[in-house]
Design a protein around this ligand. Structure first.
Ligand SMILES: [Fe+2]
Length: 420
């Protein structure tokens, strides 16, 4: 007979766990600061389209946060000293502290912009032709750029060969995050005409009451951005307002209005992970391209590198729960693999963000990663047996291997963290 003490029985534990007896419940279940923020700023509310068929039919609501303009044209903001493009490190420091973002002027030279823009546009076209483009409600994203061109490898380093202002940017990021920071991803976010705005959000999803950022995102427009081309929507200074409200346990009151970021191609805009922001609307027929290069503190990751170290036999017999614990499950826009897993809620047993098949394919020497593609790629390259195709196809059929790859319409993502 079983002699397991009754205190370990799940139903007994549930009986002892009414909400009033749980510890830290207020913190772990808190919907703040977004709950009071939305209650007191209803014009900020936006439900992104859920299905692809809805993307073209969303309704523009005048007076909403995305119905705005750049700071210098905005009645509320134009007389305030908002961040200006600058190479002066003290100006940039002050802008980042006060407003939650700063603009490093001419961080890419004209030649460097050209190299980046050409590679992004070529890759976007190649991924469309290969049927593996990641469509987003705003347009198209190119994920895992580091696999897709030498310029992107250098870009992650802020190497002066691709970003002449890299050393200045690195100094500011080091001051914001402390030494040893790591890159969380490099994505090219392309906004296209007819795309929808993104709900305002903070990239830094936890520790919102922090006194300094846990993450920063370096946004680099490689096409000019403003109120017409889909300049990122930001509420200047919101990084402090929101973290102060959480720390003091007070609701967020009325916020100042959002503006469109305006920046010339080649500006590196360093944004504090606590800043409220979202992708803007591109009202033109030209693609708007912003490189999203997120950085974070190095301790916010797993101690053991399970992705490499776990034996294949262990992976093959692992439950969904064990896989999840070890990081083989994308969770709401983190630990995505070549972009697979955006939109996954990240619960164990969820095919949408399951990653183990990438590792198993790698063990077999058969992991076919998406590399450089363009309209000049041959049929062999475009139709290559990309593992991404198989994994996405399997996820779409609920975890059962799909007999065919995904169609030409490409991969579709929800509104994850993969946008501005
Ligand atoms: Fe974001």
């Amino acid at each position: 007979m079983s002699t397991v003490p009754q205190e370990f029985d799940p139903s007994f534990i549930a009986q002892q766990s009414s909400p009033d007896r749980q510890i830290y419940r207020a913190e772990t279940r808190s919907k703040e600061p977004m709950a009071s923020l939305l209650a007191n700023n209803p014009e900020i509310y936006f439900v992104p389209p859920q299905r692809r068929s809805e993307w073209g039919n969303w309704e523009f609501k005048p007076g909403s946060y995305y119905d705005t303009t750049i700071g210098s044209k905005h009645a509320f903001w134009r007389d305030l000293d908002l961040p200006q493009p600058s190479k002066d490190i003290d100006r940039l420091r002050n802008d980042l502290l006060r407003w939650g973002y700063c603009k490093v002027e001419d961080a890419l030279s004209a030649d460097q912009i050209k190299i980046m823009r050409q590679r992004v546009l070529e890759q976007a076209e190649g991924e469309r032709l290969a049927g593996i483009a990641q469509r987003t409600p705003s347009g198209q994203n190119i994920n895992c750029c580091v696999n897709k061109g030498r310029c992107f490898e250098l870009f992650v380093e802020q190497h002066p060969d691709i970003a002449q202002g890299g050393p200045l940017v690195e100094q500011l990021v080091t001051e914001a995050l402390g030494p040893g920071w790591i890159c969380t991803s490099l994505i090219a976010a392309i906004s296209l005409e007819g795309g929808v705005p993104q709900a305002l959000h903070q990239d830094q999803g936890n520790a919102l009451d922090s006194r300094s950022p846990m993450s920063v995102n370096i946004l680099t427009p490689i096409t000019d951005v403003d109120e017409t081309t889909g300049g990122t929507l930001v509420i200047p200074g919101s990084h402090r307002v929101l973290s102060d409200a959480v720390r003091e346990g007070k609701p967020v009151g009325k916020l100042p209005p959002a503006i469109n970021l305006d920046a010339k191609a080649g500006t590196m805009v360093i944004t504090d992970g606590r800043l409220l922001h979202g992708t803007g609307i591109n009202h033109t027929d030209k693609p708007r391209i912003v490189m999203l290069n997120g950085m974070q503190k190095p301790w916010m990751r797993q101690q053991e590198n399970w992705m490499l170290s776990v034996r294949p036999e262990v992976l093959l017999r692992a439950s969904a729960k064990l896989l999840h614990r070890m990081g083989y499950q994308a969770t709401t826009g983190t630990q995505t693999n070549e972009g697979h897993g955006f939109g996954a809620q990240g619960m164990p047993d969820e095919a949408a963000g399951a990653l183990v098949d990438f590792r198993l394919a790698s063990d077999e020497g058969d992991y076919h990663r998406v590399g450089e593609l363009s309209a000049d790629s041959g049929a062999d390259e475009l139709n290559a047996p990309f593992t991404l195709r198989d994994v996405v196809g399997k996820a779409r059929t609920g975890g059962v291997s799909a007999p065919v790859g995904i169609g030409r319409e490409g991969l579709v993502s929800g509104q994850g963290k993969a946008k501005d």
